[in-house]
Design a protein. Structure first.
Length: 288
């Protein structure tokens, strides 16, 4: 466990109650009306999420649930390897993730370090700020995390509730988080809301992660499309560009673009560039 991860733990955070344990509903004898209300909401949310059939419906249902609770945005972020992440479901702009990847922040992100330790308790993004401010020495990692916080802030994200999610995958590299945000909400109000809905959000996060793996992973073959290859397809689709034009737009060489395209075609099981773009749209990998 790294010193940064230990620092986050020292900041402390109350572990929310989880009403779903080992797949069974657990109701204490002294459960009051509020507790039962939260439990019923959990059941309704999971039932509604389980009924969707497409990626678009899945995203819409998540947004409907979160906006009903007073949150504005979310991102399911999966750590797929050393220095690699993907966001299979998110309401945040693609440009945010592109900037994150281009700057190589994945290797320094204290939140990813935290979930890599296998800790299941949710934290607030502001805890990273608190950890940095409380440190007597400004390390290179802390400087990078200040840049990450600045990147999120530039998109209106001043704080976020970060929930480590369960995974059916066994590798320690395949851990992830559901990050919930309320753009425009002040920090004090957000903390109150995150604490109030913490138990419900934890169950919701596990349900989203489980359904993503069990229901929607089939839209991508075992050799899944890498983020850079998907970004190339997305640029071609959204801007109606040829491969060469998309390469120029992304500031990459045509040779690199061809390599990304080859991986995308292999993952989608097609030999055509145009069909690869079409399949990516059809399967919900690209949101137009």
């Amino acid at each position: 466990m790294t010193s940064q991860c230990q620092s986050l733990l020292k900041m402390g955070y109350q572990k929310p109650v989880n009403f779903l344990e080992a797949g069974e509903l657990v109701i204490s004898e002294d459960a009051d009306d509020q507790t039962l209300g939260i439990l019923i909401s959990q059941i309704d949310y999971i039932r509604n999420l389980s009924s969707v059939e497409t990626v678009e419906e899945f995203h819409a249902e998540i947004m409907q649930i979160l906006t009903g609770l007073g949150f504005s945005d979310y991102a399911l972020i999966c750590k797929t390897g050393v220095g690699t992440i993907e966001a299979p479901h998110s309401s945040l702009p693609d440009e945010l993730f592109k900037a994150y990847e281009d700057e190589g922040y994945c290797r320094f992100d204290m939140v990813l370090d935290y979930i890599h330790c296998g800790i299941g308790d949710p934290i607030l993004l502001s805890m990273v700020t608190d950890t940095i401010k409380s440190s007597p020495v400004m390390t290179y990692t802390f400087k990078k995390n200040e840049e990450i916080l600045g990147l999120y802030n530039s998109y209106g994200v001043s704080n976020a509730y970060i929930i480590p999610v369960r995974s059916t995958k066994k590798s320690s590299q395949d851990r992830g988080v559901l990050t919930v945000m309320a753009i425009g909400m002040d920090d004090a109000e957000f903390r109150v809301k995150a604490k109030r809905f913490g138990p419900l959000l934890k169950v919701l996060a596990d349900a989203i992660s489980f359904l993503n793996e069990q229901r929607f992973n089939h839209i991508r073959p075992e050799n899944e499309i890498k983020p850079k290859a998907l970004r190339l397809l997305s640029t071609m689709a959204k801007c109606d560009l040829s491969l060469a034009e998309a390469a120029d737009d992304l500031c990459i060489s045509l040779d690199t673009a061809n390599k990304h395209m080859a991986l995308a075609k292999q993952a989608l099981g097609t030999g055509s560039q145009a069909h690869a773009v079409y399949l990516a749209i059809r399967k919900g990998l690209i949101q137009l």
